[in-house]
Design a protein around this ligand. Structure first.
Ligand SMILES: CCCCCCCCCCC/C=C/C(=O)SCCNC(=O)CCNC(=O)[C@H](O)C(C)(C)COP(=O)(O)OP(=O)(O)OC[C@H]1O[C@@H](n2cnc3c(N)ncnc32)[C@H](O)[C@@H]1OP(=O)(O)O
Length: 265
């Protein structure tokens, strides 16, 4: 699949000022360099378009996004790893600070980088079911970067965030609702999108510029550090990938994912 098709943008059927942005990298929308590049390009295009709002969702029936593609971190080509991390930083900054009203219709699992994308939006409706969402990096033997943490702190309390991150917690849909990691539950994807549209409607009579400036001021603390330390953050990521223990943890995690599949056959 060409990178152009990894993300689609379609106007909402009832309101052409709202973009439905769909990630479609089967099987689980894991965020590899190409999907991140497609998201980055989409966010650039949206920022200069007539759309005033976007709903981020997924074409998978059970997964919003499985987070970063682990294969980008396992025995990586270091030049590509740099580009990968830099593109992830850009996607996060563009989404977190977007002038548009942003909402996530979380139609399935959203671990780690998937949770980051959802938390970067202003509103989250998640389909009920046996899905999970959270920053589970420590469970993989890796450490969520500071800006992932800042993003979670913009969403739930510091105490809940610290416990969740140190334990690598993946919240069930009910737990996520209880701590405020999501705003609403939905019965299916269409319902989740409708709930996001309901949130977007609240801004019908609010002028866009003061709205987006207010949002960006609220979010400024979280982004300042990354903007000032972009290269240092890339260097740290690449350095981190060189640790044998990190590679070993990733290898074990990949085996675990594959054996999980064998068990259910
Ligand atoms: C000191 C400070 C230093 C800081 C430096 C930075 C350090 C690095 C920090 C990096 C931050 C990382 C963020 C991340 O996002 S890591 C990724 C975390 N993701 C996960 O843990 C999710 C893993 N996946 C799952 O749990 C399940 O796949 C899921 C529940 C999402 C769906 O389950 P389902 O049963 O539907 O699907 P399968 O498990 O059978 O998966 C289908 C195939 O997809 C492959 N897969 C799944 N997830 C990933 C992934 N994240 N990356 C790559 N590939 C993935 C899976 O292996 C199956 O593949 P095959 O069909 O080939 O077997």
């Amino acid at each position: 699949m060409s990178s152009q098709n990894l993300v689609t943008v379609t106007p909402d059927k009832d309101n052409d000022e709202i973009a439905i942005v769909t990630m479609q990298r089967p099987p689980v929308n894991s965020l590899n360099l190409e999907l991140l590049q497609a998201l980055s390009k989409t966010l650039d295009e949206l920022s200069t378009s007539d759309f005033r709002a976007m709903v981020l969702t997924s074409a998978s029936p059970t997964v919003f996004s499985a987070g970063l593609d682990i294969m980008e971190m396992y025995k990586p080509d270091l030049k590509r790893a740099e580009q990968f991390w830099s593109t992830l930083q850009d996607v996060w900054l563009k989404l977190f600070e977007s002038n548009l009203i942003t909402a996530a219709a979380i139609n399935g699992h959203a671990p780690a980088g998937g949770c980051l994308l959802a938390m970067s939006c202003e509103y989250r409706a998640m389909v009920s079911g046996k899905y999970s969402i959270g920053l589970n990096e420590t469970a993989l033997g890796i450490v969520a970067p500071r800006w992932f943490m800042d993003c979670m702190l913009n969403t739930i309390s510091q105490r809940e965030a610290e416990i969740a991150l140190t334990t690598g917690k993946l919240f069930s849909v009910e737990e996520a609702l209880k701590v405020g990691l999501i705003d609403e539950t939905a019965k299916d994807k269409e319902d989740a999108i409708n709930k996001c549209l309901g949130f977007i409607e609240k801004f019908e009579s609010i002028p866009p510029l003061p709205r987006s400036m207010t949002k960006q001021k609220f979010r400024a603390n979280g982004v300042q550090w990354l903007k000032a330390n972009k290269q240092a953050d890339i260097d740290e990521f690449v350095h981190f990938l060189k640790f044998p223990q990190v590679q070993q943890s990733l290898e074990m995690y990949i085996h675990m994912l594959k054996s999980k599949q064998n068990k259910s056959e």
